[in-house]
Design a protein around this ligand. Structure first.
Ligand code: HEC
Length: 165
């Protein structure tokens, strides 16, 4: 288990403990829909992280299912939940999303790809977390182990495109 995994994992724990639960309860429309997608992604990620940290026994079926959930809640469907300038409260989305749509879209695609990869390599056991794939098209982040890239994608996108709690 590398130190990088743990640091990224720690970030996720913080991420799920913030004000999101309260904000979420007053949201409506498309903002509510995307918060719900993100919440589902958060929940799936939390279970993956628990296994990365060894707090839960490694369960390839559960990892695969969690990764599939991230994949399904992400991708084109998630992008469609960010129509231009949809910033109704209590959204924590930043206008930068539409000013730098290409980066936002690329990070979203990174998330979908890493989740899809994790879904398939989960069967290889914990070492599957270290699977590295080099992409030939431009990606938002450098190559690295699938688990690290998956978690870094959350952070990269939130740092740039989401208000801090
Ligand atoms: C492409 C950009 C992007 C990626 C990648 C991304 N997020 Fe988000 N996330 C956002 C934005 C933007 C918001 C704020 C949405 C809003 O409030 O309207 C958000 C909100 C959230 C929330 C709060 C939901 C709520 O109920 O308010 C959680 C939890 C979350 N993300 C978890 C994750 C996790 C875990 C990952 C990685 C596995 C991830 N996100 C990847 C952009 C992203």
């Amino acid at each position: 288990m590398s130190f990088g995994f743990l640091r990224a994992a720690f970030f996720i724990v913080l991420l799920t403990a913030g004000s999101a639960a309260f904000a979420h309860s007053t949201a409506t429309g498309i903002v509510k829909e995307r918060m719900e997608s993100m919440k589902a992604i958060g929940k799936a990620t939390k279970s993956i992280v628990a296994m990365m940290q060894g707090k839960q026994d490694y369960d390839p079926t559960a990892i695969s299912a969690a990764a599939a959930s991230i994949k399904e809640h992400g991708g084109e469907g998630l992008l469609a939940k960010f129509p231009k300038d949809s910033l109704d409260p209590p959204s924590e989305a930043l206008p930068a999303i539409w000013q730098d749509w290409v980066t936002f879209k690329t990070l979203n695609e990174d998330l979908r790809r890493e989740a899809a990869l994790l879904e398939t390599v989960a069967a290889n056991g914990p070492e599957g977390f270290g699977t590295v794939v080099t992409y030939t098209d431009d990606r938002a982040q450098p190559a690295g182990p699938v688990a690290t890239r998956l978690l870094k994608t959350c952070k990269s996108c939130h740092d740039k495109f989401r208000e801090e709690d």
